[in-house]
Design a protein around this ligand. Structure first.
Ligand code: G
Ligand code: G
Ligand code: NA
Length: 264
């Protein structure tokens, strides 16, 4: 297929790059981690975000090669930054399809080893849509991933159901008790509501999730924080970590490096 061919060529010719978004501790604004976000600097089409080229390419040798490149690159980058910020974590997104392959844990382990990165510095964001998979198979896959020493967060958790305004889809933490995961990332559709006219319900949901998270020893990271009011409300609701354009938009390595150094 054409896309397959393009992706392989682009990996070989180093047209991919990672942008990094800061993950911030709300209490004091410290950058505690960074999330790697894939970008394709395409010869003719300009800078592409994953949505523009990943649709329909979830399971192919070229895509899996790309995921290995992302893991290797992010881990290697993290080793460099951790010389300045020793506790910095790096988050890599895994696609649902990749998580369900048998080789994902091996890909993670290989990247950690090649970079010499402390496995506890790596966070793997896995899509919450995986909760729709067979629970036994999913548990087995996540266990293997977690055996690498990396932490696992369920991404885009508590997405507001667009078909039923005000109703939370998948907002229960109950299924997580059985799963080998370390926490959740609150979807930006939920965060977007909390300072709005009907924000009371959304904020109550956030508070409940954070309380349950604390009780179950699951971390809660808020995504898509765009306004100061949201950061304040999240912090009051018990959410300690967040990311979003208010706290830092995704930026190239060359920009983030000096920033991290300056923050020390
Ligand atoms: O940066 P943003 O628009 O680009 O990302 C769009 C979506 O693509 C997000 O849902 C994000 O999780 C996903 N994404 C970004 N980088 C990667 C990556 O390296 N691997 C995978 N599997 N998904 C990614
Ligand atoms: O959910 P996930 O972590 O996979 O999403 C990453 C995506 O979110 C990327 O596309 C990134 O560019 C985007 N993003 C980062 N910060 C914000 C924000 O504050 N608001 C919105 N709407 N998107 C954001
Ligand atoms: Na993510």
């Amino acid at each position: 297929r054409q896309l397959e061919h393009d992706l392989l060529r682009a990996v070989q010719e180093q047209e991919f790059e990672l942008a990094y978004q800061p993950i911030v501790r709300l209490a004091d604004g410290a950058v505690v981690g960074v999330e790697a976000l894939l970008r394709w600097r395409h010869r003719t089409r300009g800078l592409l975000e994953p949505g523009a080229f990943l649709a329909g390419a979830e399971r192919s040798p070229a895509v899996e090669e790309l995921w290995r490149w992302v893991l290797r690159t992010a881990c290697a980058q993290a080793v460099g930054w951790r010389r300045q910020v020793p506790d910095l974590s790096v988050t890599v997104n895994l696609s649902a399809a990749h998580v369900m392959t048998r080789g994902a844990a091996e890909d993670v382990r290989a990247a950690l080893t090649a970079a010499g990165l402390d496995p506890t510095a790596l966070v793997l964001d896995v899509p919450a849509e995986l909760l729709g998979e067979d629970p036994d198979v999913l548990t087995a896959r996540l266990k293997k991933l977690r055996a690498t020493g990396a932490r696992i967060l369920l991404d885009d958790f508590a997405t507001l159901d667009p078909g039923r305004p005000g109703v939370l889809a998948g907002h229960s933490l109950a299924p997580l008790r059985q799963l080998p995961v370390d926490g959740v990332k609150l979807d930006r559709t939920l965060v977007a509501e909390i300072d709005g006219p009907d924000g009371v319900d959304a904020l109550a949901a956030v508070r409940t999730l954070c309380e349950l998270g604390a009780a179950l020893d699951l971390g809660v990271v808020a995504e898509g924080v765009e306004r100061t009011e949201q950061a304040v409300l999240l912090s009051e609701a018990g959410c300690s970590l967040a990311q979003g354009v208010l706290l830092g938009s995704p930026r190239p390595v060359a920009e983030l490096g000096p920033e991290l150094a300056a923050a020390e």
